[in-house]
Design a protein around this ligand. Structure first.
Ligand code: SF4
Length: 298
């Protein structure tokens, strides 16, 4: 499958089955979204959504946040990751918003990236969600999912971003970011991805690779098993034909049914059985089956 075909199938599936997904961060205006996205770096949206309501209530505008001290902001964000840096970034970001952008969150990605605490990923999230720009933010989920699915082999978030933007139509880029994030968060998780229930497994490079790996391991195991059993059968003095008779006995076939299968006469099957009984020192089919189970021959 070519990369183009893979994109076509995967994006097509999302478009058909998840036509309306959005950010799981809670916000009511671009400023709040910017604060929430800064806080979400290396942190879960769930945690950020617990932190932001009281934070937004205490500092509802860029003006309020810009005027706050570190000690005033820190208690609100202390439960997110990197609270010291994030508290400082939030205040500095609000101050720059006021000084350079009249308190309005800019739409230009390069301008957004000048704000403290705002990297390319955060800038792309704001540009796509607030300003509907045709960019894709690549966070850890998007990076992982894009690699596993075979949508990109880029070694940096920027390289993955460019691969995704090259293949995903501009109009679908803002929502594609959410598709991939949510897929990574709930299905294609970092540890233990839920491949058996993944709707994209048919097009997924990694799921396919896993299957090949498992198949190779199973194949190797079976080959070893066959080798061991052949060796044990040889040691017990049984011929290939006698082994075949034993297999049919195990299936519960009668002498005449075995004879039909092997294109031999019933008498020949009876003779085979007598020889098998003698070699394994048993007197009946049930003893024979118990013996070969014990010996691990078949
Ligand atoms: S099949 Fe597995 S590895 Fe591939 S995208 Fe789905 S969950 Fe992830």
């Amino acid at each position: 499958m070519t990369r183009k075909e893979r994109f076509h199938s995967i994006i097509g599936w999302f478009a058909q089955n998840q036509p309306a997904v959005q950010s799981e961060l809670h916000y009511t205006n671009p400023f709040q979204l910017l604060v929430a996205v800064i806080l979400s770096a290396q942190c879960t949206d769930k945690r950020v959504n617990l932190v932001t309501p009281p934070l937004f209530e205490a500092f509802p505008t860029p003006e309020a946040l810009a005027a706050a001290s570190f000690d005033q902001v820190y208690p609100f964000v202390k439960s997110v990751s990197y609270p010291n840096a994030k508290a400082r970034h939030l205040i500095a970001m609000a101050q720059m918003l006021l000084a350079d952008y009249s308190g309005t969150v800019p739409s230009d990605i390069d301008e957004l990236m000048k704000l403290p605490g705002v990297g390319r990923k955060t800038a792309n999230v704001i540009a796509s969600i607030v300003y509907d720009q045709p960019v894709i933010a690549v966070d850890t989920h998007v990076f992982r999912v894009a690699h596993r699915l075979g949508l990109s082999d880029g070694s940096t978030p920027r390289a993955v971003e460019l691969d995704l933007e090259r293949h995903i139509p501009a109009a679908q880029r803002p929502i594609a970011h959410h598709w991939l994030i949510l897929h990574g968060r709930y299905i294609c998780t970092a540890r233990n991805p839920k491949c058996p229930e993944c709707p994209l497994s048919a097009w997924c490079r990694e799921a396919f690779a896993d299957k090949e790996e498992v198949a190779a391991e199973v194949g190797e195991y079976l080959a070893t098993l066959v080798r061991v059993r052949r060796q044990r059968a040889k040691e017990s003095g049984l011929t290939e034909r006698e082994m075949e008779v034993i297999r049919y006995c195990r299936e519960g076939l009668s002498n005449s049914e075995i004879a039909d299968r092997m294109f031999l006469s019933v008498n020949t099957i009876k003779n085979h059985k007598q020889r098998i009984f003698a070699k394994l020192n048993v007197r009946s089919v049930s003893e024979l089956l118990a013996a070969i189970d014990r010996m691990g021959i078949i």
